[in-house]
Design a protein around this ligand. Structure first.
Ligand code: SF4
Length: 273
C-alpha cells in the first residue's frame, strides 16, 4: 500500500514501518503508529514556537510524538524525531484529553495547542482529530512543521489551523535533497498556508551550507512575493546530532543575513544570538 501523505510515497507491505517511522500498513490500510503517543507535553511561551506576531505574550500547550519524514543531520530534536515506535517513553493522550487539558490551562494564559517537537504532519490523523476538538472548545491550533506534505491532505487540514511556523531549510533543491526533502513541496505548503492562516517561516543558518547572501536574498525575495509581512526567523545553528564538527553560526553572520532579508521583508527576527 502506498502512503500518500508526503512526497516519499512509501510503498509499505503489511507490518512494514515507514521511512518516517510513524506509519505502517495494517489489514491493507496505511495507519499511523504514533496516534495519541505523546513523547513531550509542555506549556510553552508562543514565542518559543517561534511565533512573534500571533498572540504575543501568550502560552500554548505544546505536544509532540516521534518520527520525521526528513533526515536533517543538524536536527535539534533528534532524540524524538529520529526514534520509532517503542524506542522512547510515551504517554497515551487521546484527542479529548488533550483538548480538555488545553482548556484547563486557559487560566494560565494558554490559548490552544501547538503540534510541534517532532514533525507533526506524519501523525496526520491525530493532528486532524485534535484540531477539531480544540477548535470546538474555542481555542487555537498552531502547527510547527517542515511543510513536507502532499497538497490534498494539506488543503484538508488547513481550515482547522490558525497559525503555522514552517521551516524553510534553505533555498536550493540540492540542499533539500541532502536533507531527504523537496524544496518545491515546502514552497507550495507555505503558499497554501499563507492563504488560510497566519504563517511565519524559520530558517536555521548552517555555516557554509545554506548561509550565503545570495541564497538568503533569493529566499527572502520569494517570501516577499507571497506577502512581505510574513515574518522570517533566521536562527543560529549549534552543533547537534550528526553535525558535531561544525562551529555555531557566527553571530555577525546572522545579523548580516537578517539585514539582507530586511531588504525584502517587513519582519525579520534573529534567534539564539
Ligand atoms: S508520511 Fe511517512 S509513510 Fe507517508 S509517505 Fe511520508 S515518509 Fe512515507
Amino acid at each position: 500500500m502506498i502512503c500518500e501523505l508526503c512526497f516519499h510515497r512509501c510503498n509499505l507491505y503489511e507490518g512494514q514501518t515507514s521511512f518516517c517511522w510513524a506509519r505502517t500498513c495494517r489489514d491493507g490500510k496505511i495507519v499511523p503508529l504514533n496516534y495519541g503517543k505523546v513523547a513531550s507535553l509542555a506549556l510553552d511561551p508562543i514565542e518559543k514556537k517561534p511565533l512573534r506576531r500571533f498572540h504575543p505574550g501568550s502560552k500554548i500547550l505544546s505536544v509532540g510524538s516521534f518520527g520525521c519524514n526528513l533526515r536533517c543531520p543538524f536536527c535539534q530534536n533528534h532524540e524524538i524525531s529520529m526514534s520509532g515506535d517503542g524506542e522512547l517513553e510515551t504517554a497515551e493522550v487521546s484527542p479529548e484529553v488533550l483538548a480538555d487539558k488545553a482548556l484547563e490551562l486557559r487560566p494560565y494564559g494558554n490559548i490552544g495547542v501547538a503540534y510541534t517537537y517532532n514533525e507533526p504532519l506524519i501523525g496526520y490523523e491525530y493532528v486532524r482529530d485534535c484540531t477539531a476538538l480544540v477548535r470546538e472548545r474555542g481555542m487555537v491550533n498552531v502547527l510547527v512543521t517542515n511543510g513536507t506534505i502532499e497538497e490534498a491532505p494539506w488543503r484538508e487540514l488547513l481550515p482547522l489551523i490558525d497559525a503555522a511556523n514552517i521551516d524553510l531549510k534553505g533555498f536550493t533543491p540540492e540542499w533539500y535533497g541532502r536533507l531527504g526533502g523537496d524544496l518545491e513541496t515546502v514552497k507550495r505548503s507555505i503558499v497554501l498556508a499563507a492563504e488560510r492562516c497566519h504563517v511565519e517561516v524559520t530558517t536555521l543558518l548552517i555555516p557554509n551550507e545554506n548561509d550565503s547572501e545570495g541564497e538568503i536574498r533569493n529566499l527572502a525575495r520569494w517570501l516577499a512575493s507571497i506577502d512581505q509581512s510574513i515574518p522570517l526567523h533566521l536562527s543560529r545553528f549549534f552543533s547537534r546530532y550528526r553535525m558535531l564538527d561544525k562551529p555555531p553560526t557566527p553571530v555577525e553572520r546572522v545579523y548580516r543575513l537578517a539585514d539582507v532579508a530586511r531588504g525584502y521583508l517587513s519582519f525579520v527576527y534573529t534567534g539564539n544570538c
